[in-house]
Structure formats: C-alpha cells, structure tokens
Design a protein around this ligand. Structure first.
Ligand code: ADP
Ligand code: MG
Length: 318
C-alpha cells in the first residue's frame, strides 16, 4: 500500500484544476487563507456539514462514492436557499493516506464539483477516524434567499423529483455494496436541485432540502412560518424503480420519513402552480403538489379521504 505525506497529498489530490470549475478565486488553496470575492449586491450563503464514517456512510463504500455523496449533500443546502454554488472547504480526517483511496476520493470530488460548478477553496487534512466536513459557500442576490419562515396559509406544498428512493437505496447498499442500481445511485449520488432553487427565488415563500425525511423537514418550515399542513399520501411522487422494489405502502413510508433524497420541498402561492408546472415540463424535473398549508398547526397526513394519520418519524441523531 503506497502512502504519502500531508503536503504531497494536498498538492496532488486537493489542488487540481479539476476541483476548481466554480467562480474564480482571488487566492485558492495553498496559503493561510483563501481570498474570495462575492459578486456585487449579493450575500454569502454558507453551510457546514460533517459526515462521519459508520453514521453518514459505510466505511467500506468506494471513496469516490463517499466524496460525491458528501459534496452533493452540502451543495443541496445552497440550492435550498436559492444560492448559486461557488466554493467549498474540505476538512478531511482519515486513518491513513493510501494513494488508491485518496485518488478515488479526489476523482469523485472532482466529478461532483464539476457537476455543481463549485471550486475547492481550501481545507484541512488530519489523521484519525474517517470523517469529512464540508463548508459550502454560494451567493444569492441581497434579499432573495429563500428561508424556511415565509410560508403563508393557503400556499401549496410542492416537492421536486421523487421521494423515498435514497432510503430504499441505502437498504440495498447495506446488502450489496456495489451501488450500481438506480436506487443505490440515488443514495450515493443525489442531485442537488441547484437550478430549481434559483428559479424559486421570489416565487417560493419557503424552501428546504429533504435530508431527514419529508414530514420531519416540512415540520421545520411549519414551525418557522407558524402554520400547519395537510398532506395526501396519494400525491407523493414515487419512482417506477421504487415501486418495482417495494410495496406501495412501504414506498409511501420511505417517501414520508426516509431521508437524504435531497429534493426540494417548498411552499408556493397557489397562483404560481401553472408556472411551476411549465418549469417542470421544460426542465424535465417532476414538481408535485403534495398538500397545502393551513391555519391549524401541526402536520396531518391523509390517505385519500381517510385520516388524518400520525406520520412516521424521520431521522434524528439524538
Ligand atoms: P495551516 O497550517 O496554515 O492551517 P495547512 O498546512 O493546514 O495550513 O494547509 C495548507 C494549505 O492547504 C491551506 O491553504 C489549506 O487550505 C490547504 N488544504 C489543506 N487541506 C486541504 C484539503 N483537504 N482540501 C483543500 N485544501 C486543503
Ligand atoms: Mg497557517
């Protein structure tokens, strides 16, 4: 097994041009700090995520898959605010620096960085149990970031893409690690909804990305906005792949409480549904009305006319 020193490793694997497809930097990795210029009349959007081996990913997952998943999850937070991704910092702790592993990690990171047009600005490299922290930075016109707190009573609640695939993919990857099937791919290579997030600026009243399960995450919008919601499980967008793999009722449970689809959940004034449907068509991204907000606090889940039922819980660390 070939290993290498810290500075060689940083230079070879974290200071490659392939890792800088985003907004140019006044000064990139290599000095004590990076220097970054936010475009005029924009605010910096910044979000941090830590991914711990055995908690957020399997230790024996392919290194390129780990990298792609971690960066996608981080960029998804920028998408949810309507921000344009620009830069990220990477703090990586690993037990050893084997060429094969770091090379694969760097390849996966570059692939995801390119698909999100985000540049590696710096970071930290240390030895210890495998853990990855990413600080994703983007920019958004002043006053246009989409927060969680603006939902209005009577808005429709919409989600992008399909839900539950990643939760099913996680189960599949626990059994056989390859990750080659479409559901597993949704787990290790989710697509941050960057363009959609930007389109939703000045349209959506609230938005977030689904990382801990639809009902739990929607709850954050409802609490922040001071309203309630009624959802109908018959409207949940479920993929053909998911329905081929599990029963409809299992698929609905995954969609309601399975995390990490990294789709956007947003509230929209009902008068903008037609615009959303036109966007959905022209960009080939499913956008589905799953319910509406109401004055009655709490989240109620209906099956057609039956209900309301207590929704299943999402993921919580503690
Ligand atoms: P310092 O000791 O001054 O904090 P380091 O020796 O930790 O700096 O890092 C040297 C340079 O390499 C810095 O510019 C830092 O941002 C960059 N760097 C370190 N680790 C990484 C990494 N994993 N990815 C990208 N850049 C990194
Ligand atoms: Mg220094």
């Amino acid at each position: 097994m070939t290993t290498m020193g810290e500075f060689d490793l940083i230079k070879r694997y974290f200071n490659r041009p392939e890792l800088r497809p985003g907004l140019p930097m006044a000064l990139g990795p290599g000095d004590d700090c990076a220097l970054l210029q936010i475009p005029f009349k924009h605010q910096l959007a910044i979000s941090s995520d830590t991914f711990v081996s055995g908690v957020h990913f399997f230790a024996d997952m392919a290194a390129n898959q780990i990298a792609q998943r971690c960066l996608a999850a981080s960029v998804s937070d920028l998408a949810a605010m309507g921000a344009t991704p620009a830069w990220f910092n990477l703090c990586i702790t690993m037990p050893s620096a084997t060429t094969l592993w770091v090379n694969s990690f760097s390849e996966g990171l570059a692939a995801q960085a390119q698909s999100c047009a985000i540049s590696l600005a710096g970071g930290d490299t240390t030895k210890g149990p495998l853990s990855i922290s990413i600080h994703a930075m983007g920019y958004v016109p002043v006053g246009q970031a989409i927060t969680r707190s603006g939902a209005q009573i009577g808005d429709v609640i919409m989600v992008s893409g399909t839900l539950g695939d990643s939760a099913a993919g996680l189960q599949l990857m626990q059994r056989q690690r390859s990750g080659a099937d479409p559901l597993s791919k949704r787990y290790w290579n989710p697509t941050p909804r960057i363009a959609l997030g930007q389109w939703l600026r000045r349209k959506a009243t609230a938005c977030l990305d689904i990382s801990d399960g639809l009902v739990q995450d929607l709850g954050h919008i409802l609490t922040a906005s001071g309203c309630g919601a009624d959802l109908n499980t018959q409207n949940l967008p479920l993929s053909d792949e998911l329905l081929a793999h599990v029963s409809v009722s299992q698929a609905r449970d995954y969609a309601l409480s399975g995390g990490e689809d990294f789709e956007l959940c947003f509230t929209l004034p009902a008068c903008l549904i037609d615009d959303a449907q036109a966007y959905s068509k022209s960009h080939s991204i499913p956008l589905t009305v799953i319910g509406h907000t109401s004055a009655e606090l709490g989240c109620r889940v209906w099956h057609g006319d039956e209900g309301p039922f207590t929704p299943p819980q999402g993921y919580q660390h503690f």
